[in-house]
Design a protein around this ligand. Structure first.
Ligand SMILES: Cc1cc2nc3c(=O)[nH]c(=O)nc-3n(C[C@H](O)[C@H](O)[C@H](O)COP(=O)(O)OP(=O)(O)OC[C@H]3O[C@@H](n4cnc5c(N)ncnc54)[C@H](O)[C@@H]3O)c2cc1C
Length: 387
């Protein structure tokens, strides 16, 4: 029995992704986790099957799928017990190149990404001193003939050791010289292959097995032809891609939620204490049922947001709401699943504690819950801007 009432939607995508994920079972993920490694084989299999090129238009060799279909891919990956965090960025970063890159950039990079010959897995925005306040970005890119020299520091830059290309946000005009603080920032497509001096990458040990790093730039050269779109308009390009990112992450949370609740209901039905299944106790049943109801509601919002996006509608409110509700629902499901398993929930072999840590991330990254609430308060409810 499938507890996802929408499992009949996009059946071909679901069954193909499930089939691929079956080759990467619990033992595989435990091995990767224990080694603190990167799931190279899993990402390679997804790439070879073309799933990471889902959003690249057919004209550039991709599958040309809708965002809703792409979100089903990530949902099924997470639902299988795997973690899309190893590779999801390629789906939403690529949109910046597609929407704002020049024809030459698109022809140069997108077909190679679609063929799996290039990886675009890193997105460098966050900085240690400015955090969520992106308009205060302190990393600078100074024009020097036919190149820019980048200096500054980024933090939490994921998958840098498993990518060829990285999108970088840097200030090209000092904040004091622009009319609006949102101007003067630019986006670059940085080729990391053979990157020379001026770039230092330091892994950050963290709560999840997420390949993420501190990055230091010291007059690091980036060819001027790698500037995306117009100089100074980079923040707009980044924000433009965020609705897609929010919806895709929401789908991953939905996948996590179903994984947790499947695991919880099966354990509750089979674990016998006081001569009866623990799931016979309403004290155990009800939290699982409540988490399920919240997950279904969040999933509806995710479908609504993805449909709006694919229609080309202004979907900021829906995308943010979907991310908020889905992250909350997956976290509730994770907590319920852990509680249902009692002490065994803490044992690595059940995978619950790993997925528990992984899904917790989505309360904070790629956008924190408070920032979503601030968006809804200001842009939808017309409350005074808080920052
Ligand atoms: C595992 C991991 C991977 C990541 N990968 C990437 C990546 O690949 N690329 C990248 O650029 N970044 C990445 N990040 C960074 C992530 O996007 C940020 O951590 C996140 O956006 C929050 O920023 P911060 O950590 O600087 O928190 P801060 O901005 O310091 O905020 C701390 C807390 O205060 C709250 N807060 C701040 N200001 C306000 C306000 N005005 N009102 C209410 N609450 C507020 C926030 O909601 C948050 O809970 C990653 C982070 C992690 C943990």
């Amino acid at each position: 029995m499938d507890i996802n009432p929408r499992h009949t939607l996009h059946p071909e995508i679901r069954s193909s992704v499930r089939e691929l994920c079956r080759g990467f079972d619990s033992a595989y993920w435990q091995k990767v986790e224990a080694a603190g490694g990167y799931p190279e084989e899993f990402v390679a299999a997804l790439t070879q099957a073309g799933w990471l090129a889902a959003l690249i238009p057919e004209a550039f060799g991709g599958a040309g799928l809708s965002l809703l279909e792409a979100s089903v891919i990530l949902e099924e990956i997470n639902r299988s017990g795997a973690n899309s965090g190893a590779c999801h960025a390629q789906m939403y970063i690529m949109g910046t190149v597609l929407r704002h890159g020049s024809e030459a950039q698109k022809r140069r990079y997108l077909p190679a990404l679609a063929r799996g010959e290039l990886r675009l897995q890193s997105f460098a925005v966050t900085e240690p001193t400015t955090g969520t306040d992106t308009t205060s970005t302190a990393t600078v890119a100074v024009r020097d003939g036919d190149r820019y020299l980048v200096s500054g520091q980024k933090v939490w830059i994921s998958r840098m050791r498993h990518t060829d290309l990285m999108l970088l946000l840097a200030r090209t005009t000092p904040r004091a010289e622009v009319a609006k603080k949102t101007e003067g920032l630019s986006v670059f497509l940085v080729d990391l292959r053979g990157a020379g001096p001026g770039l230092t990458v330091r892994p950050i040990r963290n709560m999840v097995n997420h390949e993420t790093n501190e990055v230091f730039f010291d007059n690091f050269p980036v060819p001027a032809e790698n500037l995306i779109g117009e100089a100074g308009q980079g923040l707009r390009y980044i924000l433009d891609g965020m609705n897609a990112e929010r919806i895709l992450i929401a789908a991953e949370c939905i996948g996590d939620g179903f994984w947790f609740l499947d695991k919880a209901r099966k354990y509750a039905a089979s674990r016998t204490v006081f001569q009866r299944p623990i799931g016979q106790n309403q004290g155990v049943q009800f939290p699982i049922a409540r988490a399920y109801a919240n997950l279904l509601a969040a999933d509806l919002m995710r479908y609504e947001a993805a449909t709006q996006f694919d229609r080309g509608a202004a979907c900021g409110a829906a995308a943010n709401t979907a991310k908020l509700l889905a992250a909350d629902a997956s976290w509730e499901s994770a907590n319920v699943c852990l509680q249902t398993h009692g002490g065994f929930g803490f044992a690595a072999e059940y995978d619950v504690e790993r997925k528990f840590r992984e899904t917790r991330l989505y309360q904070v990254a790629p956008v924190s819950t408070n920032l979503i609430l601030a968006y809804l308060a200001e842009h939808v409810l017309q409350l005074p801007r808080s920052f």
